[in-house]
Design a protein around this ligand. Structure first.
Ligand code: SAM
Length: 248
């Protein structure tokens, strides 16, 4: 299997020649991303009026804050604030990883909320493949951040490949969905279709990694703009869709 754009751009450059080459590859990938962009920035307060008055709860001094698989701190702050603002009762996350974001979804939702989070089983053979979606998950305990925490009782860990997940029991039911599992185009497309089927009218879907290093994500989200309204939260790689209350 060939290397993905993400694997190529995040490689170590050991010689001066390769460092220069890598810098030029980043520049060219950024230009391509901006040329193809179909999801445009919109200020958070316009997407969610009143959000600036919302306070989110954050886990302090997170031991793996800079881990490759976790999102940047500001993205996590935005996601937590949107969650605290909306007070969703049924939440679903594609891609648990170490559970840091799952914990924040649980910390910023009402006491009676349920957070369903999906990831590959720790022994799933897919984890042994060397793809952009697997190499950094080795040695990481799925859901480690919420295990033993009081908010953990709200969380239901589901193991399995998201492309095989049966979304039908959740159709039109979920208040808040976070899509952040596989980044290859086919995976993002499948997860996005399921998310759009599961979100309730008026509910919210957020995607992570709308960024020049993730061509699978941005290609899929750009395509989706022909059927749904998507906005990119400024200074983050988060993309947001609010499901219309009726029709469309
Ligand atoms: C970027 S990490 C998720 C990070 C997490 N949402 C957070 O914010 O901290 C992506 C996760 O998706 C999982 N994943 C990748 N492909 C998957 C698939 N086909 N089915 C289920 N999980 C998958 C990986 O095992 C990894 O833990």
């Amino acid at each position: 299997m060939g290397k993905s754009l993400n694997q190529t751009l995040t490689r170590d450059a050991n010689s001066r020649y390769d460092r220069v080459r890598l810098m030029l590859e980043h520049r060219s990938a950024k230009r391509r991303f901006e040329r193809l962009r179909r999801v445009y920035h919109q200020p958070l307060e316009e997407i969610f009026p009143g959000l600036s008055r919302t306070r989110a709860r954050m886990q302090s001094a997170v031991p793996t804050a800079a881990s490759f698989g976790n999102m940047p701190a500001y993205d996590l702050l935005v996601l937590s604030t949107v969650c605290a603002h909306l007070q969703p009762r049924l939440l679903l996350e594609f891609g648990t990883y170490d559970g840091l974001t799952t914990l924040h979804l649980a910390m910023n939702s009402p006491a009676e909320a349920r957070v369903v989070t999906l990831d590959l089983h720790p022994d799933d053979p897919i984890r042994q493949q060397n793809t952009e979606d697997t190499f950094y998950t080795r040695g990481v305990t799925v859901g480690a951040h919420f295990c033993g925490k009081p908010e953990g009782r709200k969380i239901q860990q589901v193991y399995g490949d998201t492309t095989k997940f049966d979304q039908t029991p959740y159709r039109g039911q979920v208040d808040f969905i976070f899509v952040d599992a596989g980044h290859a185009y086919e995976l993002v497309r499948s997860d996005s279709q399921k998310a759009l089927e599961m979100v309730r009218p008026g509910g919210v879907v957020l995607w992570h990694d709308y960024h020049y290093t993730h061509d699978g994500v941005y290609t899929c989200l750009n395509e989706l703009t022909s059927s749904v309204t998507l906005r990119n939260v400024p200074d983050t790689t988060l993309v947001c869709h609010i499901s219309p209350l009726s029709g469309g």
